[in-house]
Write a protein that binds this ligand. Structure first.
Ligand code: ARG
Length: 399
């Protein structure tokens, strides 16, 4: 008896996920492996990937375009939450995993499979995100993670694959481990493992080096409707178009590079480089529009919610009850977050230079220092007396 009969495997076309196919069948007695490749805008040709799975022994090879849902249902909600893990990483990889898990579960149910599988190792965050998301969506499915158990080195993995007709990577494979989708690229390993070494320019694809960016600034205006970005320079854009367009403009100005030492859920510190031009610009702009349209207490309280939201998304709890409850709070706060934000893109910076909203709480008559001032200055005295009373009493009694 094998560990499972029919398995749906998350498939990327790489050596590891390809080797998973014969491994599941030969070593773990799986009868049938169905592969699933999600098109998240990683810009790779998916037809060759589809064929490679079949050649590697999959009985069925599915490719599903989920770009639209990825942006609408995952990225936009992270923007509304101003989600930056450890104040910097816009979660490009972390947001994709619960969506892939949802697809795996749906396909497993559709094909009557008894397990899902993925090619994650035991050291990363992604295994947690796949496993916990799957358990949340269908606790009856088994989860198989061959690469977590097989203990093969890179060379051994390639050699194992070759026995089953899986070609070794043609070009000398990149020393980096890269995850890529519409929201950006996550790059680790190779020389990057030394946190003291500057990342070589060759690792970047979406962002220009500052020395190559335009010498003139470029102004753009982003429109938001209820916290969701909907237009660029007055032109309505659908979700995928909007992200693609912003990746190009902002990347051209070298915006969105992040070099950080990050704390993984499994306790390991890792050095990760991100390039995420659109997300960096959108989160900045969105946070700014909130500062114009939300009251002080909601803005400040929401910061704590955002921290928690970011943490649980990073830590694989997308489908958890806490996440659902935080979503309800965040959604409620977004009702008036509509308007436009103007940014100046220049030499790696997206500087906010103006904002406008029909729902603006900024009140010129109260803010002005001119003769138009409507603020009741005398009222301040009484307010300060009451506000400072506990401190005054404390001081008077201090011996
Ligand atoms: N550290 C990031 C995360 O946990 C990205 C991991 C992506 N993998 C990679 N090969 N760089 O979300």
């Amino acid at each position: 008896m094998g560990r499972a009969k029919k398995v749906v495997l998350a498939y990327s076309g790489g050596v590891d996920t390809s080797v998973c196919i014969p491994y599941l069948k030969q070593e773990w007695g799986v009868e049938e492996v169905i592969t699933l490749a999600a098109d998240l805008g990683q810009g790779e040709e998916l037809e060759p990937i589809r064929e490679k799975a079949l050649k590697s022994g999959a009985s069925e090879s599915l490719v599903v375009d989920v770009k639209d849902s990825f942006i609408k249902d995952y990225a936009f909600s992270a923007i509304q939450a101003n989600a930056l893990y450890e104040n910097r990483y816009p979660l490009g990889t972390a947001l994709a995993r619960p969506l892939i898990a949802k697809l795996l579960v749906e396909v497993a149910q559709q094909y009557g499979a008894d397990a899902i599988a993925h090619g994650c190792t035991g050291k990363g965050n992604d295994q947690v995100r796949f496993d916990v998301s799957t358990a949340a969506l269908n606790p009856n499915l088994k989860i198989l993670a061959p690469a977590r158990e097989w203990g093969m080195s890179r060379e051994e993995t390639i050699a194992y694959g070759e026995r089953f007709g899986i070609p070794a990577p043609v070009k000398k494979s990149s020393p980096y481990s890269i995850d890529k989708n519409l929201l950006g690229r996550s790059i680790e390993a190779g020389v990057l493992e030394d946190p003291a070494i500057e990342p070589p320019e060759e690792i970047y694809e979406m962002t220009k080096a500052i020395s190559d960016t335009p010498n003139e600034p470029e102004y753009i205006e982003i429109g938001f409707t209820k916290g969701v970005p909907t237009s660029i320079n007055g032109q309505p854009k659908n979700p995928v178009e909007l992200i693609e367009a912003l990746n190009l403009v902002a990347g051209n100005h070298g915006i969105g590079r992040i070099d950080m030492i990050e704390n993984r859920l499994v306790g390991i510190k890792s050095r990760e480089i991100y390039e995420s031009p659109a997300m960096v610009v959108l989160i900045n702009a969105h946070r700014d529009l909130e500062s114009l349209t939300l009251t002080a207490d909601v803005t400040q309280y929401k910061r704590g919610i955002e921290q928690t939201y970011t943490q649980i998304v990073y830590n694989g709890l997308w489908y958890s009850p806490l996440k659902v409850a935080l979503d309800a709070f965040i959604q409620k706060t977004q009702e008036r977050v509509s308007g436009t934000v103007r940014l100046k893109l220049f030499k790696g910076n997206a500087t906010i230079v103006g904002r406008h909203s029909e729902n603006s709480l900024y009140t010129p008559d109260l803010a002005t220092y001119s003769s138009e001032d409507q603020f009741d200055h005398k009222a301040a005295e009484g307010f300060i007396y009451v506000w400072g009373l506990p401190t005054r009493v404390w001081s008077q009694n201090g011996k």
